[in-house]
Ligand binder design. Structure first.
Ligand SMILES: C[S@@+](CC[C@H](N)C(=O)[O-])C[C@H]1O[C@@H](n2cnc3c(N)ncnc32)[C@H](O)[C@@H]1O
Length: 408
C-alpha cells in the first residue's frame, strides 16, 4: 500500500500527489486529502480516503463510482467551479493570453437535454445506460441526475427499441433529445427492421410520447416534427444534429454572444449549426449563417421562413476548414460570431484576422484550440476583452467559453 497526500486537481479531475519525486494520479481524491492504495504505474485506481476534506460531498448519483459518465461528483460545486475556471485561465495564460474572466456559469443538475445511451439485450430483458468507467460493460441505470426529467422518463420507452435492435452481444446507440413538443429518439448501429417491427415502432412512439424515431439514419416514425425554439423561430433539427447541451448553457452563451456583437446591423454567424445564435440575433440584424452541414442549414432556413418579424437571413452550406470565408467576403459585416467544433478554426480565423471585421463573439468547446486561434486574432491587433466560461457538462472535466474580441 502506498500513502500519498493530494495537492491539486488535474485537468481530468484526478487528484495529483507526489511520490518519490514523481506525479501520482488518484481518481476521486481532493486536494488536502491523504489517501492510500495500490500504486500501479503512476495511478492509485481504488484509493482509500484516510483524511477527507470538508470540500468532499456525497455524490449525487448511486452509480458515480462505476459509471463512465461523470468524474467529479465528490466535490462541492464551488470547488469544481474554481477548478474549471482555473483550467481555462491556465491554458490561456500558457498561450500568453491575459484577460478579464467572468464568474463561471454552471448548468444545474437534471438539465442535459440530450443524452447518448447504449442498450443491449440481457438474460432477463434489456440493459440501457452508460458504459462503466474504463470498460465495455454497460450499467443499467437506476437514476441519472444529469439528464432532464423528460429524458429520464423516456428510458422505459427505449427498452422495447433495444429488444428490437440489439442482441446480447451487439449494442445499439440511442441518442435521446428533448424537443419542445416531445422526445426525439435516434437509434443507430441497430439490426434492420422487419415490416412488422416497423409498425411496432409506431405503437412504441405513441405509448411513450416520442415525436420521432430515426432508425439507422432513416426517419421511421414521425408523429410530430420535434422542434427546438431559438428566439422567435421553431427549428426541426435533423436527427442527431448538434445542439447546445443544456438550455441554461445555451442562454448563457447567447447572452454573452449578444453582448459581444453589440448593436451590429449585419452579422456573420460561422459554424451556425441549426441557428442557435442566428435566429435570436435575426431579431436585431441581418445574418449571413454559414454551416458545413447542408441539412442543418436547411432546417435553420425553414425555421426562419416560418417565423415572423425577423431580419433577413442568408444560409450557406460551406466547409469552412477547406473554404473559409475570405477577407473580401466580410465586406459590410459589422460583427462575426464563430463557434467551431473542438478542433477550432485556424483557417477561418486566419482569414478573419486579415478582414476589416473589428468585433468578434467567439464560442468554443475547447480552451486549447481557442487559445491557439485567439492568438492569431491578438497578433492581428484584436484585444481579448473578456472570457465567460460556461459549464454545460457538470461533473465532467469539459469546459466551454464565450469571448469578446474587438479592435479599433
Ligand atoms: C460547436 S457546433 C456549433 C453550432 C451552433 N453555433 C450552435 O450553437 O448550435 C459546430 C458546428 O460546426 C459545424 N462544422 C463542423 N465542421 C465544419 C466545417 N468544416 N465547416 C463548416 N461547419 C462545420 C458542425 O456541423 C456544427 O454545427
Amino acid at each position: 500500500m502506498t500513502e500519498v497526500r493530494i495537492h491539486a486537481l488535474g485537468h481530468l479531475g484526478d487528484g495529483i500527489a507526489r511520490h518519490n519525486g514523481e506525479e501520482v494520479f488518484v481518481p476521486f481524491a481532493l486536494p488536502g486529502e491523504t489517501v492510500s492504495g495500490q500504486l500501479e504505474g503512476n495511478r492509485i485506481e481504488q484509493p482509500k480516503i484516510i483524511t477527507p476534506v470538508s470540500d468532499r460531498i456525497k455524490p449525487a448519483c448511486r452509480h458515480f463510482k462505476s459509471c463512465g459518465g461523470c468524474t467529479t461528483q465528490h466535490a462541492r460545486d464551488e470547488v469544481l467551479a474554481a477548478w474549471k475556471l482555473d483550467q481555462v485561465k491556465t491554458t490561456l495564460s500558457q498561450a500568453g493570453l491575459e484577460t478579464e474572466f467572468r464568474p463561471l456559469i454552471t448548468s444545474p443538475p437534471h438539465s442535459r437535454r440530450r443524452a447518448v445511451f447504449s442498450g443491449r439485450r440481457s438474460k432477463s430483458g434489456t440493459i440501457v445506460g452508460f458504459h462503466q468507467r474504463g470498460s465495455n460493460d454497460l450499467i443499467d441505470l437506476l437514476e441519472c441526475p444529469l439528464v432532464t426529467p423528460k429524458i429520464w422518463a423516456a428510458i422505459e420507452g427505449l427498452r422495447p427499441l433495444v429488444l428490437i435492435g440489439a442482441s446480447r452481444k451487439a449494442e445499439v446507440r440511442l441518442t435521446v433529445t428533448e424537443a419542445d413538443n416531445g422526445i426525439d429518439v435516434d437509434v443507430s448501429e441497430a439490426k434492420d427492421l422487419t415490416p412488422q417491427q416497423q409498425s411496432e415502432l409506431g405503437l412504441i412512439a405513441t405509448r411513450h410520447g416520442f415525436s420521432r424515431i430515426t432508425w439507422n439514419g432513416e426517419v421511421s416514425v414521425q408523429a410530430e416534427p420535434p422542434y427546438q425554439t431559438f428566439g422567435r423561430a421553431q427549428v426541426v433539427p435533423p436527427p442527431g444534429a448538434f445542439l447546445q447541451a443544456t438550455r441554461d448553457g445555451e442562454q448563457a452563451l447567447l447572452s454573452a454572444v449578444k453582448e459581444a456583437v453589440g448593436n451590429a446591423d449585419r452579422i456573420a454567424d460561422l459554424f451556425a449549426g441549426c441557428g442557435t445564435f442566428t435566429l435570436p440575433l435575426a431579431e436585431q440584424a441581418d445574418i449571413l449563417a454559414v454551416e458545413g452541414d447542408q441539412s442543418m442549414v436547411g432546417a435553420l432556413l425553414q425555421g426562419w421562413r416560418a417565423a415572423s418579424g425577423l431580419h433577413r437571413v442568408e444560409g450557406v452550406a460551406r466547409d469552412l476548414f477547406r473554404r473559409p470565408l475570405l477577407p473580401a467576403e466580410f465586406k459590410g459585416i459589422d460583427a462575426v460570431v464563430i463557434d467551431p467544433p473542438r478542433s477550432g478554426a485556424v483557417a477561418q480565423v486566419t482569414e478573419l484576422a486579415k478582414s476589416p471585421v473589428s468585433r468578434i463573439a467567439f464560442v468554443s468547446c475547447n480552451p486549447a484550440t481557442f487559445a491557439r486561434d485567439a492568438h492569431i486574432l491578438v497578433d492581428a491587433g484584436f484585444v481579448l476583452d473578456w472570457v465567460q466560461v460556461v459549464d454545460q457538462f457538470r461533473w465532467s472535466a469539459h469546459a466551454e467559453l464565450a469571448a469578446q474580441f474587438t479592435r479599433g
